[in-house]
Design a protein around this ligand. Structure first.
Ligand SMILES: [Zn+2]
Length: 169
């Protein structure tokens, strides 16, 4: 923890360097580059209570559907999109994948929904880094890079959804 004045100077310096980076980006878009910083954070993430309750409730519903599926021998889907259209949504397969992962089939889990599992793996890695080292990554993107990141994210989402529709069902 930095003393107050030092912390202020630090953040002031940072905003200046961000501004310089932006000015550089405008002047020369090719030279602008993504900045990745490792910052010190509290070890325990401050998750809001509603998020914890929501995830807990979701896990309860998933457990119920899994139990019903096992009992009836038929797959019970929780997906409203799939119930309405008969086609899987972009995150379909994630629950089956988590169950496969819990059973030790990591590669099998990934094939259920590659995008969701890649995101989960990155999130788990970041959480582990936070709990162990009290550090977190901060990405500094220029406006151009942010637009590119959005385009890539949308393309990845579309490709993943097509994959899930064709191969997972
Ligand atoms: Zn779905």
């Amino acid at each position: 923890m930095l003393p107050k004045t030092e912390a202020w100077q630090h953040s002031n310096h940072e905003s200046q360097s961000t501004r310089h980076a932006c000015e550089a980006a405008i002047a020369n878009p090719v030279e602008a580059a993504m900045k990745i910083r490792l910052v010190r954070v509290p070890r325990r993430p401050a998750w809001p209570a509603w998020a914890v309750v929501l995830v807990g409730a979701w896990l309860g519903v998933v457990a119920l559907a899994t139990w019903l599926s096992a009992r009836s021998g038929q797959e019970v889907t929780l997906c409203l999109f799939k119930l309405a259209t008969g086609k899987p949504c972009a995150t379909c397969g994630a629950t089956r994948g988590v169950l496969a992962a819990l059973g030790g089939h990591i590669r099998g889990a990934w094939t259920y929904n590659p995008l969701v599992f890649t995101i989960l793996a990155v999130a788990a890695g970041l959480l582990a880094m936070r709990v162990i080292f009290a550090r977190s990554l901060r990405l500094g993107l220029t406006r151009r890079e942010r637009r590119l990141a959005w385009a890539l994210a949308i393309a990845a989402l579309a490709a993943n959804w097509a994959y899930v529709i064709v191969y997972v069902g």
